[in-house]
Each structure stands twice: as structure tokens, then as C-alpha cells.
Design a binder for this molecule. Structure first.
Ligand code: AN7
Length: 374
């Protein structure tokens, strides 16, 4: 049952009798065990937390539902954010759902097509600004301090509160915390939220340990790794094209307290992971999400041993958000086929043969490959 995060985790959130228990069925997302690439990456157990399965297609909904509920509780009728795409889509969705005025600012030409189309569908007040996400966020912060409009970027503490529920779900599903959590880092709200969730659950005795937090930025947008803000961040992963993360300090705390790291991966590594995840696991995440998997690949290649470890990668948003990049990366010729059975049989002869050897291979690679039904 998708009751939403406010109801499911009400005892762990700041819910009062006056908090509207709104829900679009966010949270309770799948934690899928890797069937193929765990082996390739040398992981004992590897899981993907599919946050693209949230109502607006990204993890932002967990925090947005909480921020919007608290905004309504406080009597606010308007919400506002700057965004690299997913926050604006989520804010506009929950704004429409709750009948609020929604204002979103996005950097011009920097937002993936799916996110833009999605935000527009909800008909918020949307403005494109000629500047970076960081500059847009600065404008939004100043504006919301001056006017009775609630900021719903992750500077809003309720966003982090709501997003920590993803860590709860992982512990609830696995029966304990994993050894490692790999997560993409942009504005650094999510790594902050996960760390809080793991710490809170651990202090309540719900887990025996806390994971090492492994945050990954894109190489051209890696201010935390480089130790200084980046005026013009660049990366193919538009969601994390952020040069001055709002939760910078909190991300360092998560890293240091968990004995983790914040590192970067190149666009090539991100794209390789993006393709591998889809073609070898059936998981179509957006490029930013693939930074988590690219991170495992990088460290594994570098000699880090995960062979007796339980590793979780957060897949923060769905690949459908960025259809242009998906088409670009497909680089596969489309096979033309005449409407003729004989031609089809000929074209598929090798494919069918190959498939016969596939099951044997799968059994060999994955000991828990399910028994055939027939
Ligand atoms: C798919 O939508 O910042 O480190 O404005 O959309 O918590 O920022 C999105 C960020 C990772 C990074 N993956 O999370 C926005 C925005 C996806 C994202 C991140 C984002 P944070």
C-alpha cells in the first residue's frame, strides 16, 4: 500500500495534529537487487533504490510532500524554488495537488526536456533565467525572505526531513543498514537527508551500524571535491550541474562522521554507468543518478574491495526525464524489417540461438536465479 511518507513515518517526522496528511503515494520505492553488474563491480551484494518510482519521477517528492504539508500548516498559500529540473517538477506537482500558487525558476537551456515539459504541464508560474542554478537559487532565497512565499528548495528544513525516509526504507527492507551508500551529490540535500535518516534509525536501535556515505559529483561540477565553488559548472548530468551546494557543510559532516568520501566521476564514467544500468539491469535512471553506480565502478577499479559488502546505489530519478540524452546515447541502428515472416525468421536466427545459452549463463552468474516456471 502506498500510503505516503507522512503516514508511514509519522512517528519519525514533525507531524502535529494540524499537519495535513497529504500524499500522492510518494516513498515505498523498490530496492532492487543487482542481477548482473554486482559481479562485474566486485560487490558481494548490490542494490538499487529506485527513486524514479516516486509520483513525479524523482526523490524530491519525499521532501516536497513534507515541505508542502508544513507550509500549508503554517498558513502559506504559495511555494517557490529554483531548480535544475526535478525540484521544480515536484513542487509544481504538489502545488497543483494542494491548490497552491507555485513559482519556479530554472536556468535557461539547462533543464532536461522531460522535466521542463513536466513542470509546464502543472501550469505553475515558471520563469527561465539566463544564469546558473546557483544564481537562480540566490534570487529565490532573497525573494522568499521578502515576500510571504515559502521556499521549498532543500534549504527548507522539512525537505531534508521528508527525504530522510528513504534511508528508513532501506533499513526496513534489508533488516539493517548497508555497508555503503553511493549517492549523487548536487546541492547536497539528499546526502544530508540520508545520513540523518541512518543516524536516527541507528540511535533507535533499528540498525546495528551506519553506512559509509559515498557521495559523487560530476567532474566538471565538483565544488566539494575541489574545495571551492565553481562559477560555471559543467556536466552532461544536468540535475547535478551545481557549483555552490547549499548543504555543502552538512555533506562534509556526513562524509566525515561516516568515514565516507565525496569524490567525482567524469561524464564518460557517468554515461558508461547510465548505459550499463539500463542494458544490464533493466533500470533506466537519469544521468545524474548513474553517478552513484559510476562511483562504485571507479572505486572498484581502483582496488577497493566490496566482495563481502552490502552496497546500495541511490537511483535518484527516472531516465525518462532526459529523453534527448537517451536518444543520443542509444547509438544503435534501427533494423528495418519487411512485413514478411521468412525475413523475420532469418533476421532473428542468431538472436534466438544466442538466447538459448543465456539462461545457462545467468544460472552460473547468479546463484539465486529463479527456477523456471515451466
Ligand atoms: C536526479 O531539482 O537540485 O544533492 O533543483 O535531480 O540533494 O541536490 C536536483 C538534484 C541527484 C542531487 N539526482 O541531489 C533540483 C536539484 C537527481 C537530481 C540530485 C538531483 P542533491
Amino acid at each position: 500500500m502506498r500510503e505516503g511518507v507522512l503516514k508511514r513515518y509519522r512517528d519519525f517526522l514533525e507531524i502535529t495534529p494540524n499537519t495535513p496528511m497529504i500524499s500522492m503515494g510518494e516513498g515505498n520505492t523498490p530496492l532492487v537487487r543487482s542481477r548482473f553488474i554486482a559481479n562485474e563491480l566486485g560487490c558481494g551484494e548490490l542494490y538499487f533504490k529506485l527513486e524514479g518510482c516516486n509520483p513525479s519521477g524523482s526523490f524530491k517528492d519525499r521532501g516536497m510532500v513534507m515541505a508542502v504539508a508544513k507550509a500549508i500548516e503554517a498558513g502559506s498559500t504559495a511555494i517557490m524554488c529554483a531548480s535544475t529540473g526535478n525540484t521544480s517538477a515536484s513542487a509544481a506537482a504538489y502545488g497543483a495537488y494542494c491548490g497552491l500558487t507555485t513559482i519556479v525558476l530554472v536556468p535557461k537551456g539547462e533543464i532536461a526536456a522531460g522535466k521542463m515539459a513536466q513542470a509546464l504541464a502543472f501550469r505553475p508560474n515558471i520563469m527561465v533565467v539566463s544564469g546558473t542554478f546557483d544564481q537562480a537559487l540566490t534570487m529565490v532565497r532573497t525573494f522568499t525572505e521578502k515576500y510571504p512565499v515559502t521556499l521549498v528548495n532543500s534549504l527548507n528544513p522539512y525537505r531534508i526531513e521528508g527525504q530522510k525516509t528513504a534511508a528508513f526504507e532501506i533499513v526496513d527492507d534489508l533488516g539493517d543498514a548497508p555497508d555503503y551508500l553511493f549517492i549523487p551529490v548536487g546541492n547536497a540535500g539528499n546526502i544530508t537527508a540520508y545520513w540523518r535518516g541512518f543516524c536516527e534509525y541507528n540511535s533507535l536501535g533499528k540498525s546495528t551500524k551506519r553506512p559509509r556515505m559515498m557521495g559523487f559529483q560530476a567532474e566538471g561540477s565538483a565544488p566539494i571535491v575541489r574545495g571551492e565553488p565553481i562559477a560555471e559548472p559543467k556536466t552532461v548530468a544536468s540535475a547535478i550541474r551545481i557549483g555552490n551546494p547549499a548543504s555543502w557543510k552538512q555533506a562534509l559532516t556526513a562524509r566525515d562522521e561516516s568515514d565516507g568520501i565525496i569524490d567525482s566521476v567524469s561524464d564518460d564514467e557517468i554515461l558508461a554507468a547510465y548505459k550499463m544500468l539500463a542494458s544490464k539491469e533493466g533500470i533506466f535512471g537519469e544521468p545524474a543518478s548513474a553517478a552513484s553506480v559510476a562511483g562504485v565502478a571507479k572505486l572498484s577499479r581502483g582496488g577497493m574491495d566490496f566482495s563481502d559488502k552490502r552496497v546500495v546505489c541511490v537511483i535518484t530519478g527516472t531516465g525518462l526525464k532526459d529523453p534527448d540524452l537517451a536518444s543520443q546515447q542509444a547509438d544503435m541502428p534501427l533494423q528495418e524489417l519487411p512485413l514478411d515472416l521468412g525475413a523475420m525468421e532469418k533476421a532473428l536466427e542468431e538472436v534466438v540461438k544466442e538466447s538459448l545459452s543465456l539462461r545457462a549463463k545467468a544460472i552460473e552468474v547468479i546463484p539465486w536465479y529463479p527456477e523456471p516456471i515451466c
